[in-house]
Ligand binder design. Structure first.
Ligand SMILES: [Zn+2]
Ligand SMILES: [Zn+2]
Length: 84
């Protein structure tokens, strides 16, 4: 099951479970669409993996399958086009 992390690792923007602007890699490093597409060119800065849009979990399923509340943030921010 996806963790559905609550924020962008680059800019700390809130990414609620119903956000269509959330992008993740296969390890669920989580970014907003602006950072993922703009700053990161679609590549995860942590694992060099592909970033794809995170699917929205239906609201009715969130009750029994709550999203992660643990915020993950890169202390140094995200550098444009930086390879891992
Ligand atoms: Zn961001
Ligand atoms: Zn990653």
């Amino acid at each position: 099951m996806l963790q559905l992390r609550p924020n962008c690792e680059c800019c700390d923007r809130d990414l609620p479970p119903d956000s269509r602007d959330a992008m993740i890699c296969s390890f669920e490093c989580t970014f907003c669409a602006d950072c993922a597409v703009g700053t990161l060119s679609g590549i995860c800065p942590n694992c060099s993996g592909e970033l794809v849009r995170r699917p929205v979990r239906p609201a009715a399923k969130l009750q029994g399958n709550p999203p992660s509340s643990q915020r993950v943030l890169k202390a140094e921010g995200c550098a444009p086009g930086k390879a891992a």
